[in-house]
Design a protein around this ligand. Sequence first.
Ligand SMILES: Cc1cc2nc3c(=O)[nH]c(=O)nc-3n(C[C@H](O)[C@H](O)[C@H](O)COP(=O)(O)O)c2cc1C
Length: 347
Amino acid sequence: MTTTPEPKTADRKNIHLDLARGPQAQSQISSQFDRIELTHNALPELNFDDVSTACRFLGRRLSMPLIIGAMTGGTDRADAINLTLAKAANAAGVALAVGSQRASIEDGRPQKTIRQLAPDVPVIGNLGGVQLARPDGIDLAKRAVENLEADAIFIHLNPLQEIAQPEGDRDWRGVEAAIAEAVNQLDCPVIVKEVGAGLSASVAGRLKAAGVRMVDVAGIGGTNWTRIETLRREEHADPMTPFLDWGIPTLDAVMAIRDEHPDLQLIASGGIRHGLDAAKAIWLGAELVAAAGHFLRATENDDAQLTPERLASALADWRLQMQMTLFLTGSRDLAAFKRAEGVIDGG
Ligand SMILES: Cc1cc2nc3c(=O)[nH]c(=O)nc-3n(C[C@H](O)[C@H](O)[C@H](O)COP(=O)(O)O)c2cc1C
């Protein structure tokens, strides 16, 4: 049984979904993956069909190192999208992250069907850092994990998005301590992410000190929440203009964290456009990539009707592109690919 959430939340989530699919939601600066050139190998000495993009994540096998990024939940439309994503993720053998579970938990919406439709792949829960820092935050996080039978939980940090939102959270004190508490109290890994403005190496270092072992950079270059919130604002949007493309480009965030904290496990996300970008992120040192907007556009057409066949083919294309990248660099698998020849910025 589902209940209807407070109309304002449902309206906001609907508008977010509509805006996020459009070109105006994209950052005007890039995620920077074009700065990497992998060296073409004209003598691969491999059978293309033997080239494997498989890996393991959270104790489960994936056909490629991909997470369908955290997007939505908590309304009927959002739940339908999540169920479509869950089926597709399981069929394609990729991990699935859901969007913030706060509304679903508060409204008593069950999320077990997502797990039932994706029994073989990692399913990752989601809660905001600010919610985690509230007095009932740890309890909320435990319920989020239980509700979904999740393999891990993403805690998202989105200070820019919240300030750009007229109704957003403004008090960001206590989030770091709450993350440390969550690492201690939850029975599953706590992975910290941004939502498209990036994590710096120094923030990654503070998260490491709080006990976090894996971070998702979610840098700038793809879906842009300052742009989405500014489009949604009816008044007082002008002050946001200088911040429309504020953030750390995904490539820069991955390289900085990899260099300063080689012991942190890294997920690269934010403007990963296709399997070639994804492969480049793995070559740089990320264990996995995540992509949200790209798969949202494949899941719904312009009339907001679900398009599961298009989603399945988008996932198949992504794997083909990763497999091609490995083949064309003479790499039989991901371990070999990490040693493939390539240059950044021509040098
Ligand atoms: C419609 C939509 C809703 C999102 N909601 C959430 C959310 O609830 N929690 C979260 O951590 N990230 C959320 N994100 C952010 C994505 O997980 C991701 O970090 C961001 O979109 C950048 O990746 P992309 O360029 O591949 O879209 C959302 C993204 C989209 C497109």
